[in-house]
Design a protein around this ligand. Structure first.
Ligand SMILES: *[C@@H]1O[C@H](CO)[C@@H](O)[C@H](O)[C@H]1NC(C)=O
Ligand SMILES: *[C@@H]1O[C@H](CO)[C@@H](O)[C@H](O)[C@H]1NC(C)=O
Ligand SMILES: *[C@@H]1O[C@H](CO)[C@@H](O)[C@H](O)[C@H]1NC(C)=O
Ligand SMILES: *[C@@H]1O[C@H](CO)[C@@H](O)[C@H](O)[C@H]1NC(C)=O
Ligand SMILES: *[C@@H]1O[C@H](CO)[C@@H](O)[C@H](O)[C@H]1NC(C)=O
Ligand SMILES: *[C@@H]1O[C@H](CO)[C@@H](O)[C@H](O)[C@H]1NC(C)=O
Ligand SMILES: *[C@@H]1O[C@H](CO)[C@@H](O)[C@H](O)[C@H]1NC(C)=O
Ligand SMILES: *[C@@H]1O[C@H](CO)[C@@H](O)[C@H](O)[C@H]1NC(C)=O
Ligand SMILES: *[C@@H]1O[C@H](CO)[C@@H](O)[C@H](O)[C@H]1NC(C)=O
Ligand SMILES: *[C@@H]1O[C@H](CO)[C@@H](O)[C@H](O)[C@H]1NC(C)=O
Ligand SMILES: *[C@@H]1O[C@H](CO)[C@@H](O)[C@H](O)[C@H]1NC(C)=O
Length: 428
């Protein structure tokens, strides 16, 4: 009920928009020339028809998006992808574009506007955007990677039915947008070989009043990442496989003053992901992340189902920073992890993103059987609770937790220690 209430402003805005009669609405088909770059034709068309229009990629055509697309500011525009879109297969050609002057930051960039819809196809054969990521992953090629879709500074936006095939880097980002509904999208960033799809984050939620639902993501980084400035974010009824979890942050890098509020994440299956629910802030940050709930999470084969750290740091750069009262920190308040059911991966493993020894995700003194790790600073974490947690380990050994009593002021729902998981009153 709570989530339904908080979405009301957004849904009513969308309903209003849909109720008003659209006058003079036209559909314009993107021109295509075999073997040629279709981006210039697309941009000419979009510039001419930046309001009250559908820009259509036709079914039956594979469009060559050989250079980056920076759309104009749109009003009442739908980008409709019924055909296939392909990036160049030539890695160095893509790198030349990304590294070149004037690159807008993503392969597809929306830079503002009102009532903008990005819509794919429900035909299983068509509507795919092919990034040809496999060759990049196999070559461990990480220079000048093309990010996917920047859906930035849009008011009243929709991202639906999109299908991304082997994207090279992160996928959808909604920074600065207000009232966005992203649903029925599919991201398949899975490698067919032993190579790893680095930094293929699914959805980066920045902005206000954003609803993500019925999305499926197989990737090699965060499934969802909620960034600084995000308010009123709902994520639900989704499936994440192989990546790094349902994350808030990272926040507080370089002393950043963070502000994240009212995030509700529910009804999601986490399959063989490194983390399930995750919060990460850097030592020395500032600000507040509050009112964040992860509810009804099923985790299967997950090493770190619940993981909160206010000590995120780059293991490649040096040792973990020491706690000092001179440093500020990102405060956290009212975090709830409720109804987590599943299996902790406690068999030996090396996750594909591990390239250092120890791995970047290594936790000193962890047994590998922890369903929850609360790695907090004293006096900066208020009301963090895990309740209705039902976990088993894959080996059948007892489930454990890590928690330091000097850093918490409330009953966290389990005995706060480095030891077996023992439910307490707040956990019932
Ligand atoms: C977030 O939702 C709450 C509750 O519905 C509402 O009061 C608040 O105005 C919203 N915040 C923003 C920034 O829209
Ligand atoms: C908003 O865009 C949709 C199509 O994406 C259109 O049907 C609707 O009429 C637009 N709203 C307004 C107010 O034009
Ligand atoms: C777009 O349509 C709206 C009505 O839906 C109309 O008020 C507006 O003038 C149109 N804009 C253009 C540029 O045709
Ligand atoms: C854009 O509009 C101009 C001026 O009306 C016209 O000459 C040109 O053909 C149009 N281009 C496209 C791609 O629609
Ligand atoms: C790939 O792109 C680079 C840079 O644009 C170019 O020099 C090279 O000839 C291309 N390779 C092929 C096989 O087309
Ligand atoms: C569209 O692209 C996807 C992904 O590359 C591919 O699997 C599919 O076969 C393509 N569709 C057609 C009709 O070629
Ligand atoms: C907490 O966030 C939820 C949405 O997840 C919202 O409905 C509720 O009003 C927020 N509560 C407070 C005290 O801000
Ligand atoms: C943390 O403190 C210990 C003991 O004082 C010291 O050996 C270590 O170098 C410090 N680490 C950092 C990153 O400053
Ligand atoms: C800690 O934050 C306070 C106020 O937010 C600021 O004045 C102070 O400089 C910060 N300290 C450090 C070490 O960044
Ligand atoms: C790990 O455990 C050892 C032995 O109890 C302790 O000395 C050390 O401080 C612990 N390390 C961390 C990072 O908690
Ligand atoms: C618990 O936290 C306090 C304060 O940060 C720290 O001094 C202590 O070493 C921690 N204990 C363990 C076992 O890590």
């Amino acid at each position: 009920m709570k989530s339904a209430l908080h979405l009301t402003p957004m849904l009513s805005a969308l309903l209003l928009l849909q109720a008003s009669a659209a006058l003079a609405w036209d559909t314009f088909v993107v021109p295509h020339t075999p073997g040629e770059n279709d981006t210039p034709g697309l941009l000419a068309l979009a510039t001419n028809h930046s309001s009250n229009a559908t820009i259509m990629f036709s079914k039956g055509i594979t469009y060559n998006i050989f250079t980056a697309v920076k759309f104009p500011v749109f009003t009442n525009v739908e980008i409709r992808i019924e055909g296939n879109l392909t990036y160049p297969t030539n890695i160095s050609a893509v790198q030349a574009v990304v590294g070149g002057s004037g690159f807008p930051g993503s392969w597809f960039t929306f830079t503002g506007g009102n009532n903008v819809t990005l819509r794919g196809s429900t035909d299983p054969e068509w509507g795919w955007v092919d990034g040809h990521g496999q060759a990049w992953w196999d070559a461990v090629q990480q220079a000048n990677r093309p990010h996917g879709w920047a859906f930035s500074h849009i008011t009243n936006g929709v991202i639906r039915d999109m299908k991304l095939w082997k994207p090279v880097a992160w996928n959808f980002a909604t920074s600065g947008s207000v009232n966005v509904h992203a649903y029925n999208n599919l991201i398949l960033a899975a490698s067919d070989t032993s190579s790893f799809p680095f930094n293929t984050d699914g959805f980066s939620a920045g902005g206000t009043n954003l609803l993500f639902e019925n999305n499926r993501v197989t990737n090699g980084d965060d499934c969802l990442t909620v960034g600084n400035g995000a308010h009123n974010i709902t994520w639900r009824n989704s499936y994440c496989e192989g990546g790094h979890g349902l994350s808030i942050g990272s926040l507080g890098s370089g002393g950043q003053v963070a502000d994240v509020q009212n995030v509700f994440i529910e009804s999601t299956v986490m399959k063989s992901t490194l983390y399930g629910a995750r919060f990460k802030s850097w030592t020395g940050g500032n600000g507040l992340a509050r009112n964040i709930t992860w509810k009804d999470i099923t985790f299967i084969d997950v090493p770190f189902p619940i993981y909160v750290t206010q000590n995120y740091w780059d293991q490649g750069v040096g040792p973990r920073p020491n706690v000092t009262s001179l440093l500020n920190n990102t405060h956290i308040q009212d975090f709830l992890f409720q109804n987590f059911v599943g299996s902790v991966r406690d068999k030996p493993y090396v996750e594909g993103s591990c390239v250092s020894d120890p791995c970047w995700y290594f936790v000193a003194n962890a047994t590998g059987r922890e369903v929850a790790i609360l790695d907090l600073y004293p006096d900066t974490a208020t009301n963090v609770v895990a309740k209705d947690i039902f976990a088993r380990t894959e080996t059948g050994r007892p489930v454990a937790v890590m928690c330091n009593t000097t850093t918490v002021t409330n009953d966290v729902g389990f005995k706060c220690w480095d030891g077996p998981f023992i439910r307490t009153k707040a956990g019932l």
